[in-house]
Design a protein around this ligand. Sequence first.
Ligand code: CTP
Length: 475
Amino acid sequence: MNYKEAIEGELFDYLAKLVREKNLETYVIGGFVRDFILKRRKETKDIDIVTVGSGIDLALQLSKELPGTPKVQVFKTYGTAMLQYKNTEIEFVGARKESYVEESRNPIVEKGSLEDDQCRRDFTINALAISLNPDNYGALIDPFNGMEDLKNKIIRTPLDPAITYADDPLRMLRAIRFSTQLNFTIEKSSLEAISQQASRIDIISKERIVTELHKILGAEKPSIGFKLLADTGLLERILPELIALKGVEEEQGQRHKDNFYHTLQVVDNIAEKTDNIWLRWTALLHDIGKARTKRFDPKIGWTFHNHEFVGSKMVYKIFKRLKMPLNDKMKYVQKLVLLSSRPVVLSEDVTDSAVRRLIFDAGDDIEDLMTHCEADITTRNKKKLKKYLENFKLVREKIADVEARDHVRNFQPPISGELIMQTFDLKPGREIGKIKEVIKEAILEGEIQNDFDQAYALMVKTGEELGLTLSATSK
Ligand code: CTP
């Protein structure tokens, strides 16, 4: 089969000319070929080039030929190089036989043939190569039946899976990630090897693990990946807090739901609504505090008192352990986990002041919070589902209504601390905070409107109640 059309365009023309003139045996390999055949090519392309010889030299030579002589980044330890041309990142590697040393990711690299190189790749569907050489330009080189596996939607390793995963344990996550993204099945012996070697994921850096987690979570149906992670024992090592949600207990004939499978359903639901990866993290972690807070009370049944608060604290610990940045994204997830039950409580009794408080606490994330809460409804009972969705519709309407009137989103106090100090001739002190709090509470309770005049009047009244006297200029 010929795949000339995959390698059309300026960049490949330059590369092919160089290969021809310098007689360098070179191929395009990996994800680019796979995605071309699957018709899954994205806008910006990542291209992997393998050459029988030095990848670094090839990159340097190509850069000289290309308009603008793009800069080459050389990774000497790995024998690879990278250059960016227009929107495309091109990675160059010399074909190699490699074996990895236990407990370390640093391979011992030996030069090899194309087939040696294809052997050491992760999956048959990623070992497909297209020739850039003049004698068979565009030919597909597929020694492991990767095409067959693409057709049958199977993830299979070129070698014995025990060897492929031992070479680089990250591949266990990659197998599950590709299975989730492409909706492919991981072949049985591969899945068994993953279960056997799961503990070796511990030698992989957190950053590489998180990259794969993000890709699983970013897929159309993330639950596929999380179920596989749980079944193979990988999740226990990466996010044991999720495994702790597994199982159903029964006391006095009362059962609670399995919070692990519920969580996965919520993640799939949210994935249908949004690509916001942090909202997807929220869905994944929203019930994380339930394992620790679970109690059985003979009078009311199963309770998970305060699980949102416990859960939001756990978000920090999880992000920290996974070396994810502890920035505003983490705070966003924490905040939404903390607030995740508020709209539900609200929907049973929608008062203006409760809605106002929710808007005050959620700020600009109120819509995301509502999207999460709707995704959190996983009942199979049609009547209940209809009722919950209607209640949430009501809450949304009420939010729009209250917000239009009271503007408490991103609340700015109508009376500043300086004005309070001026009005009562005060130096900085506790009274100022007290007065501000009374005004804020009155606005949230709906006792006064969120405007200057009403807030000013309340400030004067509260100051007097605290025994303060108006300054001469304020009388
Ligand atoms: N590869 C490998 N083992 C790894 C990582 C990568 O064998 N642990 C090989 C595969 O042949 C892969 C290629 O290197 O196709 C490029 O890797 P990468 O860019 O990470 O993945 P892609 O397959 O291009 O897929 P994606 O862009 O979706 O990550």
